[in-house]
Ligand binder design. Structure first.
Ligand code: SF4
Length: 235
């Protein structure tokens, strides 16, 4: 007999995983799962929406863009299974938020402290580019997560799409900053929003391989996040 999920956070994640709202993304995530990458041809891909990682006690939320086609869309865990997953987890480990400095397998025993990870869009999009209507369709999940994080103090937005997604949510709460804060790496919006918002370049290989984003730059963001969350795991 299947047990009922009673915890609101877990119930929400179960709803995310079952979602088929965006036909283009459903088709893409499943196609990637069928075709697979040569290096993973013997694996069974997750090929579904990816639930948030971490729990509802977090004081820091990392808001990414969307699952990687052969990363989280393969493994079923946020930021797990590709190069940018290791980049992020190594920084979270150095700054005290993560038990491990790598993230390649969902059964690795990884534990996050005081931090959760989610995405503006929960299905892998073609070319890592969700459409505006897909971002809008998926936003209610992230919005409901924000409502279920009572201790949340800091949101780290990985990239401009996540940054705007957070500001749109704030506008829906009646909070619109004028002029609208511009995304940038290390930009901190500490006043006027329900949470402190920190911008970070996304740890995609486009940024990390070109040197646009360095390990020191990523660590600085999460040290700020720990400090601004009131000490946090890393402070
Ligand atoms: Fe559902 Fe979000 Fe995936 Fe669209 S992107 S199908 S809304 S989980």
């Amino acid at each position: 007999m299947e047990l009922a999920v009673t915890d609101p956070w877990d119930r929400l994640q179960a709803q995310v995983v079952a979602c088929r709202r965006c036909s283009r993304l459903v088709a893409w995530r499943e196609r990637v799962g069928r075709e697979r990458k040569a290096a993973h041809r013997d694996e069974t891909y997750w090929a579904r929406p990816v639930p948030a990682l971490g729990d509802a006690g977090a004081r820091v939320l990392v808001l990414g863009l969307a699952p990687g086609a052969h990363g989280a869309n393969r493994t079923g865990r946020m930021f797990t299974g590709d190069a940018c997953s290791d980049w992020l987890m190594a920084s979270l480990h150095r700054t005290g938020f993560a038990s491990h400095g790598t993230s390649q397998r969902p059964d690795d025993g990884l534990e996050l402290t005081d931090l959760a990870v989610t995405g503006a869009v929960r299905c892998a999009p073609p070319g890592n580019k969700p459409t505006p209507s897909e971002i809008a369709a998926c936003a209610p999940y992230f919005h409901r997560e924000l409502a279920l994080l009572p201790r949340l103090a800091v949101v780290v937005a990985l990239g401009g799409v996540a940054w705007l997604a957070y500001l749109r949510w704030a506008a829906g709460q009646g909070v619109t900053l004028r002029p609208r804060p511009r995304f940038g790496h290390g930009v901190v919006v500490g006043a006027g929003l329900p949470h402190t918002l920190i911008g970070s370049y996304h740890p995609s290989q486009l940024n990390t391989r070109t040197g646009r984003l360095t390990e020191a730059m990523t660590d600085a963001v999460f040290r700020d996040a720990a400090r601004l969350a009131g000490g946090g795991a890393g402070g």
